[in-house]
Each structure stands twice: as C-alpha cells, then as structure tokens.
Unconditional design. Structure first.
Length: 242
C-alpha cells in the first residue's frame, strides 16, 4: 500500500473500526531476489538497483537464505548516534552512473535493508497465491510463476524428473509443456499450469514411491492425514527399476 499525504494525523477513532499507524520509510521499495551467489535488487517499477548498492548485496549474501524473495526497503541513516533519521537526499545521491562514485558512497553513506515480508523461500511460494488445477484427481494449487514466465516471455517450459534405480543409477525424464498460443493471459496461464500438472503426473508415475511434496501444500482442502502422507519421504529411496 502506498502512503497518501494528508494535512494532519487523523484521530484514531475518526473512522469506524479505528486507525492504526506505522512509520513511512523514506527509502526505495524493492524486491530482493537471491539464488545462491546471484543477488538482484529490483525497484517497485522493476528498475534494477543492484549495481548502486554493493554493500546491500554483501549484506544479503551474509544474512539472507540461499534462495529467497523478500519485500524490503533500502534506506540510508544519517545523524548522531541516538538521533539518526532516514535521509532521502543521501539515498537519492546513491543512484549514479560512475562506478567509482558508487563505491565511494557505499562507504561514506552506506545503505541498509529493512525487510518486510518473505515472498518465497527456496521453491516455496509464501504469498498464498497460485493457480487452482487438478493433480492425480484432486484439486491442487500450484505456483503460477512457471506458467506466467512462459506466457510472458515465450520461454518453453519443461518438467524434469529424476529417479533412482535399484542399481544406484539415476535416470532423468524431460516432459515438454505446451503453452496455448491464443486467449487472454489469465486463460493461458491457467491452461499452462494444468499442462504442467499433467506433466508432473506422467513423471511421478514412473516411480511414485520416490516422490514427495517438497514445495508447499498443494492439496490444502484435503484432510491433514492425506496431506501428511503425501509429504512423507519414501521408505526405500533406492526402489525403482532394475
């Protein structure tokens, strides 16, 4: 939610249900994306901020999980200890084309990261979103990211499965997913997600005893016992074809 300027602070009881207050962070709102050694800082308008804040990138590498997406704010503090304020002017000066200036200001006016929400952790989408489809005959919610990326970019999606044989060898299977060329975006994303689910079914059927849900609960409407059974690791991970 974006802040809105008003002449004065309204009284807590000025509206039905009351009001709650929170500080306005005087910074750059950004999404932090980390995948191992790769870090991307993206502004609310999808503009890259990574090169301007090398010290923030180092902090992300030191303190955030290996794979994650974080909703955050980049800020710069200024003033004597105990009386520091967020300084918009100093922060704005950090956006500069010269790398020498970027590196110097990273030391003179270092930025910090205020983290709000974890959007994704590993392969788990924590936003509560997704596309409702069907997996093995049951309603299932799958993340919309792969289908959305395929529809928006034209990239060709695949589902990949690897199973282990009794002899200890690993066999991979690659399933190409068809993306409908026509229709509105929502319809194409929904259809592509359904095709991804169908591809998962074919891959899992090769060795169902070796599969378990590692992303997030995809059968939220089923009884907890069923979901727990689906998420349990196989008793014999070496089982499979000879």
């Amino acid at each position: 939610m974006l802040a809105k300027a008003v002449p004065g602070v309204p009284a807590p009881d000025s509206v039905a249900g009351g009001l709650a207050y929170e500080p306005k962070w005087d910074g750059f709102r950004c999404i932090v994306l980390r995948d191992g050694a790769e870090v991307e800082l993206s502004s609310r308008g999808s503009k890259p901020l990574t090169r301007y804040f090398p010290e923030v990138v180092r902090a992300v590498m030191a303190h955030l999980p290996q794979r994650c997406a974080i909703d955050a704010e980049i800020v710069v503090r200024k003033g004597p200890a105990g009386a520091q304020r967020l300084d918009w002017e100093s922060l704005s000066q950090r956006i500069h084309p010269a790398d020498s200036r970027v590196q110097r200001l990273a030391v003179e006016t270092p930025a910090e990261l205020i983290c709000f929400d974890i959007l994704a952790l590993g392969d788990r989408d924590l936003t509560g979103g997704g596309i409702l489809t069907e997996l093995f005959g049951a309603p299932a919610t799958l993340p919309l990211g792969p289908a959305m990326l395929a529809v928006e970019s034209g990239a060709r999606p695949y589902v990949v499965g690897v199973r282990r044989t009794r002899a200890g060898r690993y066999i991979g299977r690659l399933e190409r997913v068809a993306v409908p060329p026509d229709g509105d975006r929502r319809a194409r994303v929904t259809a592509t997600t359904g095709a991804i689910a169908a591809a998962f079914e074919r891959v899992i059927e090769d060795a169902p005893e070796q599969w378990w849900a590692v992303f997030f609960p995809i059968w939220p409407d089923l009884e907890s016992g069923v979901g727990s059974a689906a998420a349990a690791p196989p008793a014999d991970p070496a089982a499979g074809d000879p």
